[in-house]
Design a protein around this ligand. Structure first.
Ligand SMILES: [Zn+2]
Ligand SMILES: [Zn+2]
Length: 362
């Protein structure tokens, strides 16, 4: 039995307890990864309040990175000592969705009925699961071999940790889903830990103008520093994109905010026959209402995406090269480093939108 420290959510809206737990035995197809860095994701604010269907006691933290310390007897292609990215989504390679080239919907995550694997036991005998099959708010992760992707790079751990959620969602939404073309006018609704990557990717793809939309002045300032040609408040977004497009609206809009109002705004600022990509999630029971004329008569493409529709084996090396040569810049987005013991403070700061990406380092 191996002991580790983990931030356990023992009940909704109860403070995390950072405690020593015993890891369960390693199954033959799983690997143990010593956690090096895990970003605190705003999704976990939603999970904390019980609005995403996670069941305590659980270890949150759905994307991470670390070093492999043990592999199960049937694991192939992963070795002890390798650096791995542990993204929010596995790629089993043999389910229906992996078979059609859409591992972002892999059955290993989405067809398990929301019952996540137990990975540890508390000192008072409770089984603890790893929410989202990752459990990155702990010193060691017990993950499927299909959810650990070896990488060869000298990038810092904190940067690698963002490759499982923020970077993949933001960059993938632009390159894989919206497929931004040179000279297009792109708007990004929400300049947070996903939107700021979308802004950078849109510039990389050759967009003529990138309009970032966010109510927070500080976030608009960062958006400008990473390549937005304009950064505006939501109430000014329509006028801004119209001013750049002879009144038409943006060719492509990426929504990376969550609230239904932001998703509706994304539609409103797109042009006729334009493309709208929705990626945000505020609440598992949330709904969004969209007007019919812009859809039925004006022929927009409204698409949604989970994790940027990435295929990790194809896209991860490409995104790493972009980071290595400075074409994608993490510096303005990693705004704080934390210790696991800080988790309750980190949660409060995330809830108040005070961090872009606050990263736990181990
Ligand atoms: Zn996330
Ligand atoms: Zn699969």
């Amino acid at each position: 039995m191996t002991a580790m420290r983990a931030a356990v959510l023992r009940g909704f809206e109860r403070p995390f307890t950072v405690e020593t737990v015993e890891l369960l035995d390693l199954a033959p197809t799983r690997v143990l990864v010593r956690t090096k860095a895990t970003p605190f994701c705003s999704t976990d604010v939603t999970s904390f309040h019980g609005r995403l269907g996670k069941v305590p006691p659980t270890i949150l933290g759905h994307a991470s990175t670390g070093e492999v310390v043990e592999v199960g007897s049937l694991v192939r292609g992963i070795e002890v000592g390798q650096r791995v990215v542990v993204p929010g989504t596995p790629e089993c390679g043999h389910c229906f969705y992996c078979g059609i080239g859409r591992p972002d919907q892999c059955s290993e995550l989405f067809d398990i009925g929301g019952v996540y694997p137990d990975v540890a036991r508390t000192s008072d005998g409770l089984l603890v699961n790893a929410a989202g099959c990752v459990g990155g708010y702990a010193e060691i992760m017990n993950v499927s071999q299909n959810q650990a992707f070896p990488v060869e790079t000298d990038l810092p751990w904190q940067v690698l940790s963002l490759l499982g959620c923020g970077i993949t969602t933001g960059v993938g939404a632009v390159l894989n889903v919206a497929r931004v073309r040179p000279d297009e006018v792109v708007a990004v609704v929400g300049a947070g830990h996903v939107g700021l990557w979308a802004v950078q990717a849109a510039r990389l793809a050759g967009a003529r103008e990138v309009v970032a939309v966010d109510p927070k002045e500080e976030r608009r300032r960062v958006a400008t520093s990473v390549g937005a040609t304009q950064a505006v408040r939501p109430e000014d977004a329509l006028e801004a994109v119209r001013g750049l497009t002879q009144g038409r609206g943006a060719d492509k809009v990426i929504e990376a905010a969550g609230p239904a109002a932001a998703q509706r705004l994304a539609l409103e600022i797109s042009r006729r026959a334009g493309t709208v990509v929705l990626s945000g999630l505020k609440d598992a029971a949330g709904e969004v209402t969209l007007p019919q004329i812009p859809l039925a008569v004006h022929s927009r493409r409204v698409i949604s995406t989970q994790n940027g529709n990435v295929r990790m084996r194809r896209d991860l090396p490409a995104y790493i090269r972009l980071l290595e040569r400075g074409a994608l810049d993490p510096a303005p987005i990693i705004t704080a480093s934390y210790r696991l013991d800080d988790i309750n403070t980190t949660l409060e700061r995330s809830e108040r939108l005070e961090d872009l990406s606050g990263v736990f380092v181990f």
